[in-house]
Design a protein around this ligand. Structure first.
Ligand code: DGL
Length: 259
């Protein structure tokens, strides 16, 4: 069983890529909806939640854990690996490396939660792959919550997204890294703004490839268990609302958990 988790709905963008890559794998998705968003919480709180969820999923028999959250990865993937040395752990980090490899202008923006934006791990990632480039890290408070409430395209929010992106484009940014898994669900709002000037960089497919490398194509039933720490029925209802009917078709159970 592969366990995939996030603070809420964002990690579904990663789950969808894994499900596409491994149509027969049995998957558990856990959303920590009692504590979403993580992005405005203290580092120690985020670490505590990640370790509690990791323990829950490992006890449920998950042998591979995917931290489908940049914020959780930034603050807790190392602690999670220490806590479960026998479990393979795949984290999700902003696609700074693919952006650095493909930018023509040498100017890159990383959109992220406040907690990811201030993290040492992101600073190290930039230092390792883009030290000589012009990188703007842009915290986007409230954007993940926007996705959680499925209010994806109100005119005020669309204006906020435009107001965030336009100065970056005017500065010459040609790669916009989606450094929060929730932001994949805002791509349809961002694409018309950046069209012809910049590309959005999302790492969900790269994460799925890493999962395939670690796990191989072992068979399963293609079952999807959905779990949430609060209001699990909202998680199930969000799948069609987010255009993820293909995941909805795999759901075999929906439960509330006390992780
Ligand atoms: N989806 C998460 C991320 O990738 C966190 C969003 C949040 O809970 O603030 O960073």
């Amino acid at each position: 069983m592969i366990g995939v988790f996030d603070s809420g709905l964002g990690g579904l963008s990663v789950l969808a890529a894994i499900a596409r890559a491994l149509p027969r794998a049995d998957l558990t998705y856990l959303a920590d909806t009692a504590h979403v968003p993580y992005g405005d919480k203290p580092d120690g709180f985020i670490r505590g939640r990640v370790l509690a969820i990791g323990r829950h999923l490992a006890e449920r028999g998950c042998t591979l854990l995917v931290v489908a959250c940049n914020t959780a990865t930034a603050h807790a993937v190392t602690a999670l690996r220490h806590q479960h040395p026998g479990v393979a752990v795949v984290g999700v980090e902003p696609g700074v490396k693919p952006a650095a490899q493909t930018t023509r202008t040498g100017r890159i923006a990383v959109l992220a939660t406040e907690a990811t934006a201030r993290s040492e791990r992101l600073a190290r990632l930039i230092g390792a792959h883009a030290a000589n480039l012009d990188i703007r890290v842009v915290p986007c408070p409230g954007w993940a919550t926007r996705v959680e409430t499925l209010h994806l395209d109100g005119p005020e929010f669309a204006a906020e997204v435009r107001a965030t992106l336009r100065p970056l484009l005017d500065h010459g940014v040609d790669r916009v890294v989606l450094g929060c898994t929730h932001y994949a669900f805002l791509a349809s709002l961002m694409t018309p703004v950046v069209q012809g000037r910049a590309e959005l960089i999302d790492v969900a497919d790269a994460v799925a490839r890493q999962v395939v490398r670690l796990r191989g194509h072992h068979g399963g039933r293609g079952a999807l268990h959905l779990a949430a720490t609060a209001r699990p029925e909202r998680l199930a209802a969000a799948l069609p609302a987010l255009g993820l009917q293909v995941l909805a078709a795999r759901v075999v159970a929906v439960e509330q958990v006390g992780a």
